[in-house]
Design a protein around this ligand. Structure first.
Ligand code: GRG
Length: 337
């Protein structure tokens, strides 16, 4: 997603500065782990330029502020708060899923242990609300409310995701609802906060939130595809990690519900309890594809992205900024990491 780094260097710099300033408030042991997680330092605490992630959500916040003709710099605290929540959820998610690799490096819990990683996640959670509150005024009050609702949605989505692993079958609409809660809600929050801090009307804030939610669901479809067919050298995650954990991801759920003759074999592999071997994982990926799961998620991602862009037409918005948002959405759906 070079568009993010090249086209928005100024915005990314402001986000990075805000994140670093906020993380510096943490107690030293937590600041050290946060700095590692954000890619600013290595495990020994020495400065490094490892990946901090794509910064998609905070960029969405800043671009959304522009669409309502606002000054994007006023939305930086909201963007930083959203990225803090995102990273807090990643740190906890890695613990829950026992994932050992993120952004090409060992996860925070792998390096510093589960207890400290939980505490750092919690600290980022608290920091996010501190930063929003410091913005002051009505924006801070409604922004904090929206962020808190979103954290509740994230928890609801994560709980559903975990429960799905224990269930033999999950209807696609339940999987979509889980993805809306786990992923789309934070993107919707990101764009809504941008419109709010940019001084948008309630109708504009709502339209931007819809945009972010639709894009977020498209993003999860693509993320789930990358979780199966992504190149680990590019994604920075372990190969087949979702299949290994028998995740009822969107393409897998679509495949299992397809009625195709290969469903029985896929269900048998997914229904077992032992560790899946490398050849079983490869076979599971082939079966998701032959049952149409890959195609279904790719189509859904494209349809949702088009619908997200179309929905913005209902409001008076700055056209150049809308173009920036929609091209960011398009690069999100075409991404490889
Ligand atoms: C919120 C209390 C509380 C707990 C957290 C763990 C959890 C509940 C929710 C999980 C949410 C989660 C991790 C959803 C997956 C979203 C997703 C696809 C993340 C990957 O986002 P990218 O690719 O990440 O934008 P980068 O690395 O670019 O920042």
């Amino acid at each position: 997603m070079t568009v993010l780094t090249d086209r928005y260097a100024c915005e990314r710099e402001a986000i990075d500065a805000g994140l670093r300033a906020a993380a510096a408030r943490l107690p030293a042991p937590a600041a050290r782990i946060a700095a590692y997680h954000f890619g600013w330092t290595d495990a020994a605490g020495a400065p490094t330029d490892a990946s901090s992630g794509k910064a998609l959500r905070p960029l969405l916040t800043l671009l959304a502020a522009k669409t309502v003709d606002g000054d994007w710099r006023r939305a930086v605290p909201a963007a930083v708060a959203v990225e803090m929540i995102h990273n807090f959820s990643l740190i906890h998610d890695d613990i829950i899923d026992r994932d050992g690799l993120r952004r090409h490096r060992p996860t925070a819990w792998k390096v510093y242990g589960v207890n400290d990683a939980i505490l750092v996640g919690d600290a980022l959670h608290a920091l996010a609300f501190e930063i929003i509150a410091e913005a002051g005024g009505e924006c801070a009050r409604s922004g904090a409310g929206l962020l808190a609702q979103t954290v509740r949605a994230l928890i609801e989505g994560q709980l559903a995701d975990t429960r799905f692993e224990e269930r033999e079958s999950v209807p696609l609409d339940e999987c979509v609802a889980m993805s809306e809660a786990k992923t789309a809600s934070l993107m919707g929050c990101a764009t809504a906060l941008g419109a709010l801090f940019g001084g948008g009307t309630p109708a504009q804030v709502e339209a931007l939130r819809d945009f972010g939610c639709r894009l977020g669901l498209a993003f999860q479809h693509v993320d789930d595809l990358l979780g199966i067919w992504g190149d680990p050298a590019v994604t920075g995650k372990a190969v087949f990690s979702d299949l290994r954990n028998r995740k009822k991801s969107l393409p897998v759920t679509a495949a299992l519900g397809s009625g195709h003759r290969d469903v029985a074999e896929l269900a048998r592999l997914y229904g077992g309890t032992g560790l899946l071997t490398e050849s079983e994982l490869t076979r599971a990926a082939e079966l998701v594809e032959s049952c149409g799961g890959r195609r279904a998620s790719r189509r859904a991602a494209e349809t949702l992205t088009a619908a997200a862009a179309g929905g913005l037409a209902s409001q008076p918005l700055r056209t150049d900024a809308v173009e920036e948002l929609t091209s960011l959405a398009a690069s999100t759906v075409g991404r490889t990491n």
